[in-house]
Design a protein around this ligand. Structure first.
Ligand code: NAP
Length: 242
């Protein structure tokens, strides 16, 4: 279904990004994966894409918050793949704390990675996405960007900002055939949430269980194929933010 297309996925060394890489690879997309440490895990993701799904896959070490680093990395992806058709802005971090005590650096760093990182990636891939004529951007936001969350003012602000970025880019690039949507996961079992196993949040999920990375990957594959959907925020949260 996605053969002939190239997908770039940020934050793909583990968790949700890794699952999205496998899902898009299983549908035939060539895969470029990015993480800031560019470690063995990222190489292993590529290896699995090549061996299990028989697609081209390449790993790039890049800090998405760094405008110059992203520019260089996107140039390398262009040289290696020739095109970008699908961009998934998934890289994200948390540095939680109460607003009255939050360190300036904790606020800034979360905004830089989660929000500016997505801008940097869109800024440098926009030309290739427009040339694709069927370009597609998927930004991984969060339900807390819709609802807010005590102890996460930096993270929630970055994710709410991502929704504004999604809708603005959707309007701006629609005439060029580029769609831009967001996925808002709720509580998904990954490294990011591993210390929250007993969180009262889980009891608030109407479907009663935490989500799995594959649930988000399914939504990404759906949006990659949904030719008449743009500017949408798709919750994948078991009803949490309903
Ligand atoms: P995770 O397991 O912590 O993985 C985060 C990924 O982002 C890793 O591959 C990490 O690799 C990469 N990354 C972090 N900083 C980066 C940077 N500056 N530049 C490039 N890559 C960077 O997180 P996850 O739970 O899979 O979450 C993925 C996305 O979903 C995030 O945007 C998160 O906010 C969002 N989300 C998650 C949940 C949840 O319940 N898990 C809920 C809502 C939204 P390196 O460490 O090598 O950089």
């Amino acid at each position: 279904m996605l053969s002939g297309k190239t997908a770039v996925i940020t934050g793909a060394s583990r968790g949700i990004g890794e699952a999205i890489a496998y899902k898009l690879a299983s549908q035939g997309a060539s895969i470029a994966v990015i993480s800031s440490s560019g470690n063995a895990d990222l190489e292993a993701v590529c290896e699995k894409c090549r061996c299990e799904f028989n697609v081209t896959a390449k790993a790039y070490r890049c800090d998405v918050s760094d405008f110059g680093d992203v520019k260089k990395t996107v140039a390398a992806i262009k040289a290696d793949f020739g095109a970008v058709d699908i961009l998934v802005n998934n890289a994200g971090i948390t540095r939680d704390g109460l607003v009255a005590m939050m360190k300036e650096d904790d606020f800034d760093r979360v905004m830089e990675v989660n929000l500016k990182g997505a801008f940097n990636m869109i800024r440098h891939t926009a030309g290739m996405l427009m040339r694709s004529r069927e370009g597609c951007i998927i930004n991984i936001t969060s339900v807390v960007g819709l609802t807010g969350n005590a102890g996460q003012c930096n993270y929630a602000a970055s994710k709410a900002g991502l929704i504004g970025l999604t809708k603005s880019v959707a309007k701006e690039l629609a005439p060029k055939g580029v769609r831009c949507n967001a996925i808002a996961p709720g509580f998904i079992e990954t490294d990011m949430t591993k210390d929250l196993d007993n969180s009262p949040l889980i009891k608030m999920i109407p479907l009663g269980i935490p989500g799995q990375v594959e649930d988000v990957a399914e939504a990404a594959a759906f949006l990659a194929a949904a030719k008449y959907i743009t500017g949408e925020v798709l919750r994948v949260d078991g009803g949490l933010a309903m």
